[in-house]
Design a protein around this ligand. Sequence first.
Ligand SMILES: *[C@@H]1O[C@H](CO)[C@@H](O)[C@H](O)[C@H]1NC(C)=O
Ligand SMILES: *[C@@H]1O[C@H](CO)[C@@H](O)[C@H](O)[C@H]1NC(C)=O
Ligand SMILES: *[C@@H]1O[C@H](CO)[C@@H](O)[C@H](O)[C@H]1NC(C)=O
Ligand SMILES: *[C@@H]1O[C@H](CO)[C@@H](O)[C@H](O)[C@H]1NC(C)=O
Length: 261
Amino acid sequence: MRGLLVVVSLIFICKDVVSGDPGSSNISEPFLLVADFRGEIILQVNITSGSTTTLPLGNVGQPWALDYDPLTDYVYWSDLRNDKIHRARRDGIGRETILDINSVRGLALDHARGDIYWTDFSENTISVAKMDGSSTRTLLTSPAVNSPTDLVLDPRNGLMYWVDDGNDRIDRAAMDGINQTTIITGVSNPKAVTIDYREDRLYYSDQYHRVNSSDLLGNDIQQLLYEDGKYVRGIAVDENYVYWTSSWYDSSRQGNVGKVG
Ligand SMILES: *[C@@H]1O[C@H](CO)[C@@H](O)[C@H](O)[C@H]1NC(C)=O
Ligand SMILES: *[C@@H]1O[C@H](CO)[C@@H](O)[C@H](O)[C@H]1NC(C)=O
Ligand SMILES: *[C@@H]1O[C@H](CO)[C@@H](O)[C@H](O)[C@H]1NC(C)=O
Ligand SMILES: *[C@@H]1O[C@H](CO)[C@@H](O)[C@H](O)[C@H]1NC(C)=O
């Protein structure tokens, strides 16, 4: 059950890497990407051996969320220190800042359209741009969104889901911002949200050390995991496992990556 231990602090798992279509890229083996907020690095984890490599991306700031484009081999990440979104190929080539944002948190790529979505925690907005940072558009504003954090896309169904930290809930809307609906309420200080595209399940974590899942309408809630004393910060799903990153809710903030089959 326990995958591996990384002696780092706040860490997050890339959402789409393990669910991406491997036929669409040159990448033969799935891997996890982990943003280590306190260590200020982005790690690649070999999911077979558990070994980790720090990606040579230069100064990544304080990485909070990340996503990956298998077609170009680029990593995109939000940097809370500088309130920017950067991208670079996994070998560090092509590093550039694509967006300058007031208070960036979550981000997610729409590979088919070549778009990037992100949340702005203090502006209370969800926005979209082309993956190079051009053509920015704000899709949702306050009071529809209140302190949004993590964000995940379901392009098959044209939907996006996000954590509304201000209202302790998980919402969804069409990817153009219309038809907003609250899916799950009463998620105390929600952290991560992701989708298992194979099973059509939503996974999310809360302040009380839990990871629960539900169907895509927020029904049929089941508890997957309870880690006493730890916050689950990131969740990723492949056909065999749910992976998560958690960190102790104490001064050490030591983090680890785990998996459950
Ligand atoms: C991942 O680990 C496995 C098992 O140790 C090894 O066979 C494989 O080559 C590793 N993959 C990469 C990309 O290093
Ligand atoms: C994938 O392989 C093709 C053909 O070998 C090459 O042209 C392309 O640059 C590669 N893409 C990446 C992201 O490595
Ligand atoms: C919005 O909801 C209406 C009514 O359920 C539906 O007909 C329409 O297709 C939805 N639009 C999108 C973009 O999902
Ligand atoms: C998670 O699931 C447990 C067990 O079903 C339930 O008691 C708890 O209220 C759920 N929490 C959330 C935030 O869905």
